[in-house]
Design a binder for this molecule. Structure first.
Ligand code: MTE
Ligand code: MOS
Length: 748
């Protein structure tokens, strides 16, 4: 099936929030903190401005608690008296002219009495820098299996390494934006978002309104990548506060520099491995410490840490594993959800470390992985026994075959001997990604979904899950149509409007097809049951039964329903962090081929192979697109996307100096799927949306190491950074020393 909204997007007819007609409205603007930390001493309004022409909102205009409701209730909607990061929202202004509103926002000066900020998450805070709990640790977690200390003591070989990854900006094509207005007494907020019910919760909480007086509607969303998971709640609240005070509709759209400077990014990380092995490379012990930079508020950091830790040991079998981690408070613009949700950071460390181990032991990196890849019946760090029938070695073999790995290695040896200024190499990463919420998360969400039979005989899927480019509208249509034997034209996907759709959970965690798609199947079955049809009834029979039902029940609604049920045989112990962390893992092996120019130190990825087992592929074109897009995003994160920070905020907040890959930087990306149907996912599917961001960075950096002999441990591996490495005799720029006092060690 072709992408449902494809033509509208291709021809420019799709209407994003900024394109929607709105009458008699005001433009909203945000006045932000000019400093990373301190008391607000004064707010000065320039005298030459006629302020009676403007609507101005500050924290005193918030009817309920001044907090953006999320995991920790720590982030204010608008700062009141104190700021904790640059660009923290302090006031809002609105005016019918966007230019006037912008000028007015600039004519307001927030005066901050500076206090010492924490700007490096790797350095232990001084007493005068403590701002969160006793030690600036947002969240600590530990996963333990076996006896790591003993295993490390007894291991014939121990290899250590410290690895770092940088922040990453989402660069969704459509920047953040919301519109808000009052309709009778109902506050309506529309905009670009992944999670309508998160926004609804935040509005209800801070505005003190119940469900009957707030309504949230998602508009076509030009990419999210996690960046529209938590932040839209803040901007929705801002638009709403202005609209309530003005008594007129308000439109709040960030331009690119504001979006890049003020919204979340991927968490920077530092990861340390101490690995015990036999001389022939079998894993005996993995001791892993993870530090994440959380920035100034908690956002989703605790769950990002959790996913990061669960993936930190890689797709390998090891009897003794200890993974400890912390998210640190800093006075940086808060970091948040980004595709992969902590796993790309820890998997970069794990997979780069595998190559460091291979080099240390004089082993072939392929062989090292082949020996340790988890087999059915073996367990992960949380003790989750894997028995999904996937042959993970076959995934690896397929990637080697498809990339011509061995032939390339021989060709590179010849190339590198002959060329003076260029070096080529290949690199490998084997990895996995758990789909759906972690641990008991899906049970906690207890998602609900409806399939309605309409009077015209068509069916409508009612869910809160949204399209952001990854294919929800198309895949949902396919799943509903297949289940009921209908043509795709007979399926309508309802708008994600909280007044009309049940809470089927957020569009995150690669859960939409696997988890929510399965609810569509079950709700479709329920619809058939309500019509008195048996399971085999399909197509015209179903359509006629729906039409007949409406004739017999005029004016009533015909709804099939489903509520999430935990798949049998999985359980999770939140206290001990043990058990089945995910219903299913997808498995992958990626191979990158690079060419490094020794004069410019520019690395080009010249070929890329991505092989993955993702359960059943529901729509091959879209699935391929997900993999290719993820690989491109991974190339950017590995080689060029560098957030330059000053006072905890991004200063290269423009696309002229924050470089993302263009078509010219992207090699052929050859994608292959192995399919082992997952019985509890729609049509046998597992989640695949985030998986492809995990593998490219380590594969690429391993390839650079193979090509040049350098030993990079920090990304992005920009030309400047590689130049430094190649100039140093040892070839290793070690990351900053791991800070044991940050609390990782205290996790006991
Ligand atoms: N693909 C596109 N085109 N646009 C996006 O915003 N977000 C990613 C991924 N792929 C994204 C994307 C992220 S962060 C997630 S969690 C998944 O899609 C969510 O969608 P899924 O549940 O349908 O996989
Ligand atoms: Mo994706 S980071 O879970 O929105």
């Amino acid at each position: 099936m072709q992408r449902r909204e494809g033509l509208a997007k291709l021809t420019g007819r799709e209407r994003y929030v900024d394109d929607l007609p709105l009458e008699n409205f005001l433009w909203g603007m945000t006045v932000r903190s000019p400093a990373p930390r301190g008391r607000i001493a004064a707010v000065r309004f320039a005298e030459e401005v006629d302020w009676s022409q403007f609507v101005v909102v500050d924290h005193r205009d918030i009817p309920g608690p001044n907090v953006v409701a999320l995991i920790e209730q720590d982030q204010p909607v608008l700062a009141s008296g104190y700021v904790r990061h640059m660009h923290e929202p302090v006031l809002l202004v609105a005016h019918p002219s966007r230019d006037e509103a912008r000028r007015a926002a600039r004519a307001i000066t927030v005066v901050v009495e500076p206090e010492p900020p924490v700007l490096d998450f790797r350095v232990p805070p001084r007493p005068d820098q403590i701002q969160y709990g006793p030690d600036n640790v947002f969240k600590r977690l530990k996963i333990e299996k076996g006896d790591v200390e003993r295993a490390l003591r007894e291991a014939p070989v121990v290899v250590e390494g410290v690895y770092e990854t940088g922040a990453q900006e989402h660069v969704y094509l459509e920047t953040q934006g919301m519109i808000a207005w009052l309709e009778d007494d109902v506050l309506v907020v529309k905009g670009s978002m992944q999670c309508p019910y998160y926004v609804l919760t935040a509005l209800k909480h801070a505005l003190g309104r119940d469900e009957s007086r707030v309504r949230v509607i998602q508009t076509p969303t030009g990419g999210g990548f996690g960046g529209k998971e938590e932040y839209p709640s803040t901007i929705a609240l801002h638009a709403a506060l202005l609209a309530l005070k003005a008594g007129r509709p308000v439109k709040l759209i960030y331009d690119r520099p504001e979006d890049m400077a003020a919204t979340t990014k991927r968490h920077p990380s530092q990861v340390r491995h101490r690995t015990g092995l036999t001389a022939d490379g079998r894993l005996l012990a993995q001791d892993i410490e993870v530090l994440l930079d959380g920035g100034a508020y908690g956002t989703l950091s605790p769950v990002v840490l959790s996913r990061g830790l669960i993936h930190a040991a890689g797709p390998y079998a090891c009897e003794n594993v200890r993974i400890r981690g912390c998210v640190m408070f800093t006075n940086a613009v808060p970091f948040g959800a980004f595709r992969g949700f902590g796993a790309p950071q820890t998997l970069f460390a794990c997979e780069r470390h595998m190559d460091v181990i291979a080099r240390t032991l004089g082993l072939d990196p392929v062989e090292l992985r082949r020996r340790n890849l988890i087999r059915d019946g073996q367990s992960t760090a949380t003790g989750q026994v894997i028995r999904d029938g996937t042959d993970r070695v076959a995934v690896l073999e397929r990637a080697l075959a498809l990339s011509g790995y061995r032939e390339k290695q021989r060709a590179h040896a010849a190339f590198n001997a002959a060329e003076r200024a260029k070096r080529r190499g290949t690199g490998l990463a084997t990895f996995y990604h758990g789909a759906g919420f972690t641990g008991g998360g899906e049970v906690g969400l207890s998602s609900r979904l409806q399939v309605a039979g309409r009077a015209d005989g068509r069916v409508e899927v009612l869910s809160a899950n949204i399209e952001m480019g990854q294919g929800t509208l198309t895949v949902f249509t396919q799943i509903a149509a297949d289940r009921l034997g209908l043509a795709t034209d007979d399926v309508v996907i309802g708008e994600a409007d909280t007044a009309r759709v049940p809470n089927s959970g957020p569009t995150v965690a690669s859960r939409t097809t696997m988890v929510v798609g399965r609810l569509i199947e079950r709700a479709a079955d329920d619809l058939r049951r309500r019509l008195g049809l048996d399971e085999a009834a399909r197509g015209a029979v179903v359509k006629q039964a729906i039409a007949r039902w409406h004739q017999e029940h005029p004016g009533q609604r015909l709804l099939g329903e489903a509520v999430y049920e935990r798949p049998p045989g999985i359980s999770w112990d939140e206290e001990r962090y043990q058990g089945d962390a995910y219903g299913a893992f997808a498995w992958a092996a990626y191979v990158a081929e690079v060419e490094v120019d020794l004069r410019t130190c520019v690395t080009r990825v010249i070929d890329f192979v991505a092989v993955q087992e993702v359960g059943k592929v529901v729509n091959e074109t879209l699935a391929r697109g997900q993999i290719q897009g993820g690989v491109v995003q991974g190339i950017g994160w590995a080689l060029m996307e560098e957030c330059k920070f000053k006072d905890g905020s991004m200063i290269n907040n423009q696309l002229t100096n924050y470089l993302i890959p263009t078509a010219d930087d992207v090699p052929p990306i050859r994608v292959a799927f192995l399919e082992t149907p997952y019985p509890h996912g729609a049509q046998g599917a597992k989640g695949l949306g985030e998986l492809p961001i995990d593998g490219p960075a380590p594969a690429i950096v391993n390839a650079v190491a193979a090509a040049t002999g350098a030993d990079p441990r920090v990304i992005p591996l920009t030309p400047e950074h590689l130049l430094e490495l190649l100039n140093e005799r040892a070839g290793v720029r070690q990351p900053a020393p791991m800070n044991a006092e940050c609390g990782v060690r205290n996790a006991e």
